[in-house]
Design a protein around this ligand. Structure first.
Ligand code: CTP
Ligand code: MG
Length: 219
């Protein structure tokens, strides 16, 4: 099966010199952790890496340094959703695993646990929410019941054609979302929830970098 690794963002919320995926954590560019974990799985053939077109040479240089094979560079789009769509068009396999470079604490073991799930339209790992969430701007506008909410993680497994068709409909409808499980559900897909991992932290802010670096150094 092919894999997509999303690493075409700008990292505006981290506001570093280069985009977030290039930030070194314990000496290694962040997206390389995910790339190495995917590459170690015997189930994964080609990895489609979405790249920020302004930095193509930097990706190539880093890939050469770390000698990671069977990686195809795909120029990403302006949004995460557009980057996924472009990579889905390039990928070949019936089932596809999608991960994001901003989650470097992923393991090959966890990737293979997701791959081993039964055939469904989509399979997404989630964690329970440990805090309370409400909707609103200046005032509370809506209550949400924590016990029914889920924190969505990656890697995620999809039927590639079903996800691609959902993306095509989303383009027609100008429907935008932040994640593919929801996008597939929106267009009628059956998306299974499986258990995520607490350590599978998403790096969004400078504090996340510090936390992840400490965890990596602890081994
Ligand atoms: N991503 C992508 N293409 C985009 C935007 C994001 O491939 N146009 C990728 C990012 O590189 C990241 C993942 O999608 O691995 C999740 O996105 P996010 O954490 O939001 O990263 P950025 O968009 O880079 O950060 P920010 O939103 O703070 O600008
Ligand atoms: Mg973003």
């Amino acid at each position: 099966m092919d894999a997509i690794l999303l690493a075409a963002g700008k990292g505006t919320r981290i506001n570093a010199e280069n985009p977030k995926q290039f930030i070194k954590i314990a000496g290694k560019p962040m997206f390389i952790y995910s790339l190495e974990a995917l590459r170690k799985s015997k189930y994964i053939d080609t990895i489609y890496l979405t790249c920020n077109p302004l930095h193509l040479n930097l990706y190539k240089e880093i890939l050469t340094n770390y000698a990671i094979e069977r990686v195809v560079l795909v120029e990403g789009g302006d949004s995460r959703q557009q980057s996924v769509y472009k990579a889905l068009l390039e990928a070949k396999s019936n089932r596809i695993i999608i991960h994001e470079g901003a989650r470097p604490l992923i393991s090959t073991d966890f990737i293979e646990e997701i791959i081993s799930q039964d055939q469904q339209d989509g399979v997404i790992p989630t964690m329970p929410i440990s805090f309370s969430i409400i909707e609103g701007e200046q005032f509370i506008e809506k209550e949400l019941v924590r016990s029914r909410l889920h924190n969505i993680q990656l890697p995620q497994l999809f039927d590639r054609e079903k996800l691609l068709n959902a993306h095509k409909k989303a383009i027609k409808d100008d429907y935008q979302t932040t994640e593919d499980g929801m996008l597939l559900f929106h267009y009628g897909g059956k998306v299974k929830l499986v258990k995520g991992r607490e350590s599978n932290i998403k790096v969004t802010t400078p504090l996340d970098i510090e936390i992840v670096e400490k965890l990596i150094k602890l081994g």
